[in-house]
Design a binder for this molecule. Structure first.
Ligand SMILES: *[C@@H]1O[C@H](CO)[C@@H](O)[C@H](O)[C@H]1NC(C)=O
Ligand SMILES: *[C@@H]1O[C@H](CO)[C@@H](O)[C@H](O)[C@H]1NC(C)=O
Ligand SMILES: *[C@@H]1O[C@H](CO)[C@@H](O)[C@H](O)[C@H]1NC(C)=O
Ligand SMILES: *[C@@H]1O[C@H](CO)[C@@H](O)[C@H](O)[C@H]1NC(C)=O
Ligand SMILES: *[C@@H]1O[C@H](CO)[C@@H](O)[C@H](O)[C@H]1NC(C)=O
Ligand SMILES: *[C@@H]1O[C@H](CO)[C@@H](O)[C@H](O)[C@H]1NC(C)=O
Length: 349
């Protein structure tokens, strides 16, 4: 009841927001998802009503389900919005679901062990267009109701020059006192021991065609900015996909330090989709944001990288439009369970 009242009050203010207003040049906030709500093969984006070929961990709103092929995007949005809790730090305004693959360690005898992972960190940010007037993001809009998308390609096994390939990167957290290797596109674990874990990261595309909430490949309705390859966080949107939405960047840290590696002999990690190079890393996103609240956040000068109190997006309580929905900045005390039983062996028919 109390939460509903807060949301209603925020909406009453936010609805007055003009989506075409000049937005703040460098908004930033992070959503922390310490715990997953589902671990298995259900994938409502790529395989609605069926199983995916591989296992992943799903974070966010507790109404995640196998879904059904005949459900419209707006029906799924409505169901996901009505989640009664989320496993992430921003409650009520963001009931979105985010998911990524599982990582395994392959022993010399071929057997596999699941690599434990800490929670997901989701960044919402943008550096805007290239220069000048476009730095204030012409035609920038909040993520529309019902949008979903995929970043990365589960079938990719070698880096290529596509933006989608360049969107995936790894950071080997060697030791906080030691110079870490640069971010790279393939697993960096053959030659480096990642003492503090391996961070797998992917950027979602941030230019939308303004019409379609999804597409057959879950990608064509979206596009990366034109000079993305030189500046992954910036660049203008192409005319075909003129609507800029906040850039979503996902980080997932895997505890590879629990397994022997880094002696220069072999790369022992493998994604649940069978990828041993790392280029098949991908993430899925099904939005269940309240766009009016997101619009207010990207317009507010304090929800910005330029505001030191935001601490690079860690202190979402310093962003006035989002602050009422922050119980705890890092989501450490969030307790949320899937609203229904959904074992990996469930009969989805
Ligand atoms: C915002 O821009 C769109 C597209 O250019 C236009 O159709 C709409 O009328 C504008 N809204 C306002 C409030 O100016
Ligand atoms: C589910 O996936 C399996 C394997 O890919 C396929 O054979 C089957 O036809 C799918 N079922 C539906 C209802 O799409
Ligand atoms: C393979 O090696 C691992 C690590 O030494 C061991 O735990 C596991 O039992 C072995 N599996 C088989 C099938 O031998
Ligand atoms: C801003 O972007 C638009 C659309 O891509 C482009 O036509 C315009 O020249 C850009 N303006 C500046 C100052 O870069
Ligand atoms: C990517 O582009 C660079 C520069 O044009 C080229 O040298 C390289 O071979 C390309 N890589 C792939 C995998 O196509
Ligand atoms: C905005 O941030 C500044 C510090 O950068 C702070 O002094 C001010 O109180 C904040 N305003 C609001 C409305 O939170």
């Amino acid at each position: 009841m109390m939460r509903g009242l807060i949301l209603a009050a925020v909406l009453a203010v936010a609805l007055g927001t003009d989506y075409n207003a000049t937005y703040n040049a460098s908004p930033i906030w992070k959503v922390f998802c310490p715990n997953y709500i589902y671990h298995g093969r259900v994938d409502s984006l790529v395989n609605p009503g069926n199983y995916s070929g591989h296992i992943h961990k799903v974070f966010g709103g507790n109404h995640f389900s196998a879904s059904k092929q005949e459900r419209s995007f707006m029906q799924v949005y409505g169901i996901t919005r009505r989640s009664t809790c989320t496993s992430c730090s921003l409650r009520e305004v963001d009931n979105s679901n985010y998911w990524t693959s599982d990582l395994y360690y392959q022993w010399p005898n071929g057997s596999l062990s699941l690599v434990p992972n800490s929670g997901l960190t989701v960044y919402y940010l943008s550096r805007g267009g290239s220069t000048g007037a476009n730095r204030t993001n012409p035609n920038w809009q909040p993520i529309p109701r019902g949008l979903r998308m995929l970043a990365g390609n589960t079938l990719r096994r070698a880096p290529d020059n596509s933006s989608d390939s360049k969107a995936v990167s790894y950071y080997c957290l060697t030791d906080y006192n030691v110079q870490a290797p640069l971010e790279q596109q393939t697993f960096p674990t053959k030659d480096n021991f990642c003492k503090n874990g391996l961070r797998a990261q992917v950027w979602f595309p941030m230019c939308w065609n303004g019409k379609d909430l999804d597409s057959a490949d879950h990608k064509s309705h979206m596009h990366y900015p034109l000079n993305y390859d030189n500046n992954p966080q910036g660049g203008d949107c192409p005319n075909s996909h003129p609507v800029r939405i906040p850039g979503i960047f996902v980080e997932h840290i895997y505890s590879v330090d629990q397994f022997p590696h880094g002696d220069g002999t072999r790369q022992p990690f493998v994604w649940s989709n069978g990828d041993q190079n790392g280029n098949g890393f991908h993430a899925d996103f099904v939005s269940a944001w309240v766009p009016e609240v997101m619009a207010a956040a990207i317009a507010h000068p304090n929800c910005s990288n330029d505001n030191p109190l935001m601490a690079f997006g860690n202190r979402v309580d310093q962003c006035p439009p989002l602050a009422p929905f922050v119980k705890d900045n890092y989501g450490s005390n969030v307790d949320c369970q899937l609203s229904h039983l959904m074992p990996t062996t469930e009969n989805l028919g």
